[in-house]
Design a protein around this ligand. Structure first.
Ligand SMILES: C[S@@+](CC[C@H](N)C(=O)[O-])C[C@H]1O[C@@H](n2cnc3c(N)ncnc32)[C@H](O)[C@@H]1O
Length: 413
């Protein structure tokens, strides 16, 4: 129902929503004058060190200015923008039960207000509550990030995370949170660094990585996504252009086309690239002397067959009690494959960390292997020999004749 209210009445109503903690967000929009620089204002309640505040984004044509303001500051800002200076005309107030659309009159002293009560607003409450407590690295209201987040289907028109995509948003934030210290410390071979994302899929991770490098890094770091599916590559290149992420490009190809070549690069990431594609990505990094290699393995088929074939030849007949159960065999193949990958990386002079990427409720493929190249003098021949001996013991114990990454590394020697 539409009703006409005085502007002061609207401010009072707003003040009550803020006081009663019913406010979800406010959006000011619709410029009165074509050449006004200010386009929108977005306001959201947040908690900073336990103190209530309001995160406020002033959106201009070419930049965003973000401030944290008090409730009084917010009321003054709204008064100034809608009534005194009359820069914007619309004010959308989202509360826990209503959405009030207020349209200012020509004099800036009265509004036509339409109140909607609908369930979808309540859904926003839930996701916003989440946003308030967790300070994520990827900000959906950032001028660059919001373009690709929207195009990749993670946020809606009002920059809220789409409920069904919360898990993906959480995953890409976690990924960036883990990678951030490694990217910050990356020692590029030249003035411009290059990181390959092998099997980039829809490009979620390439986008957040390139966006982070563009916005936060003093060094110039380019990101190149490689994906076998042409349609995804075309789509990702278009989104990169739209988002103006100039340090990001995508190429069509198979990892096997790349790992045989000598390529100038500084880092390799490969998340959930299928089966041995992960080994090819690791090999590509080692061969090209990458200072950072990060992989989240996917399925582990290669040695599963090998374990079964050789089971009776090992001295460990007890293994049959593991191997007769499909799921246990799968887990065994997974942890042995990743242990061998980690060992081979250490043998090649990398410091390796294996960690949980994101909790199991989101994906069972939750192991992340992070390898950073050690300086040459830090790896002694004795250390390498010991690692080699351990590798042979593990393989003998589980009846593995050859691991694919090991096979690839022989080509290098
Ligand atoms: C499970 S998806 C992961 C995508 C992305 N890395 C992510 O984590 O969001 C794996 C992607 O790798 C691609 N892929 C699989 N094998 C590949 C190969 N050998 N070369 C290039 N891309 C490959 C698939 O087409 C798919 O898009």
């Amino acid at each position: 129902m539409a009703q006409t209210l005085s502007f002061l009445h609207l401010l009072d109503t707003l003040q009550n929503f803020m006081r009663d903690r019913q406010l979800i967000k406010i959006t000011l929009s619709k410029k009165r004058h074509k050449n006004s620089g200010l386009q929108n204002i977005f306001i959201k309640p947040i908690l900073i060190k336990g103190i209530e505040s309001f995160s406020t984004v002033l959106r201009f044509q070419t930049k965003d200015i973000t401030k944290n303001l008090t409730a009084d500051d917010i009321l003054s800002l709204i008064k100034n923008t809608l009534s005194e200076k009359m820069i914007l005309r619309h004010c959308d107030i989202f509360t826990t039960s209503n959405h009030i659309q207020a349209i200012m009159n020509k004099d800036g002293n009265a509004v036509t207000a339409i109140t909607h009560q609908n369930k979808s607003i309540n859904q926003i409450t839930v996701s916003l509550g989440h946003n308030i407590t967790k300070n994520r690295l990827i900000d959906p209201s950032n001028v660059t990030s919001r373009v690709y987040l929207k195009e990749l289907g993670l946020i809606d028109n009002v920059e809220q995370i789409i409920p069904s995509m919360q898990h993906k948003y959480k995953q890409i934030n976690k990924y960036l949170e883990i990678l951030k210290p490694y990217i910050d410390k990356l020692r590029p071979k030249s003035q411009e660094a290059l990181i390959y994302d092998m099997g980039s899929g829809k490009g979620y991770l390439s986008f957040v990585l390139a966006d982070y490098c563009l916005q936060n890094n003093l060094k110039k770091i380019d990101v190149k996504g490689v994906e076998i599916r042409q349609n995804l590559v075309d789509q990702s290149n278009n989104i990169a252009l739209l988002s103006k992420i100039s340090n990001l490009t995508f190429e069509t190809g198979s990892i096997s086309d790349y790992f045989k070549k000598q390529i100038f690069l500084d880092g390799i990431v490969a998340l959930h690239a299928c089966d041995t594609a992960t080994d090819e990505a690791i090999y590509m990094g080692i061969k090209n002397d990458a200072s950072l290699i990060v992989v989240a393995p996917c399925c582990h088929r290669q040695i599963r067959k090998n374990i079964l074939e050789n089971m009776d030849k090992t001295n460990h007949s007890f293994l049959k009690h593991i191997n007769k159960h499909g799921i246990l065999l799968e887990r065994e193949a997974e942890y042995i494959t990743d242990t061998i990958r980690a060992l081979l990386l250490e043998i090649q002079g990398y410091k390796v960390k294996v960690m949980e990427f994101i909790n199991l409720e989101n994906t069972p493929k939750n192991i992340l292997i992070i390898a950073t190249k050690l300086r040459l003098n830090k790896v002694s021949k004795k250390d390498t020999e010991k690692l080699m001996a351990d590798l042979i013991s593990i393989k003998n114990h589980f009846g593995i004749s050859e691991h694919y990454l090991e096979e690839l590394l022989k080509i290098k020697q």
